[in-house]
Design a protein around this ligand. Sequence first.
Ligand code: KIV
Length: 293
Amino acid sequence: MSSAAPPAERKKVTTNTFRLKAARGEILTMLTAYDYAVASAVDRAGIDSILVGDSLGMVVLGYDNTLPVTMEDMLHHCKPVARGAKYALLIGDMPFMSYQASVEDAVRNAGRFLKEGGMDAVKLEGGRERTDAIRAIVGSGIPVQGHLGLTPQSVHQLGGFGPQAKTSDAAIRLLEDAQLLEEAGCFSLVLESIPARLGELVSKRLEIPTIGIGAGPGCDGQVLVTYDILGLFDRFTPRFVKKYADFHGEMARAISAYREEVESGMFPAQEHTVEMPDEDWGRLEEWLNGREH
Ligand code: KIV
């Protein structure tokens, strides 16, 4: 496991640096965060971009999918991330039904991510059916990242969380959608759970950087859910995830050790205990004795 330090000279990553880095052939790194502690750690590690993903609905809030996540949930988690991260490009994930019903909703809610959540950009799911909303959000000065392939907010339409675009027809549709999202003004595109050669093909055909999650090594960058790579989310692990730690196991071990030490009287020990000068203790006892007689 590498412990390489981030580059010494660091500047805030913007959508522009994002684009330039990809143009230089440097691979972009992106991870999710939902709170101050994880955002600070991700930022300190030199990751280019932090996504406050609506995946928080599953890994933090315990829902079966991302559909119940609200704007208030998202803003609640964006704020501490913005306080914890100084350099990374911060992207807020627009939750289900915050941009689908109307273009006005989309612009208003995208604006809230920047005004209230402290984000630099927003991400939303979908292809050709979203281009009006994307144009309007970008027209308001808000950078938009697209998201194609496995789009979890459409889980019921897709029939599950399986890989997408495995047929030539579906691949053609995805290629067309990617082109339309670029034309609508997206600064970047997430490609989730699609065949690796399609990920590479889309990445080659687009000007904007692609960020893959289960889309192979041919994308311009990679993103994963931080709770997955840390092994914090134990319900299931998608095939495309690599676990770099087992925090769930470590958490269970630490919590059991705490319980055992409390039950056996080992904790708290002397070093965890605050003492009172004997003189004051004596006066307290005198006062108590006086009251009891
Ligand atoms: O919600 C999320 O975390 C995401 C990433 C998986 C791309 O959309």
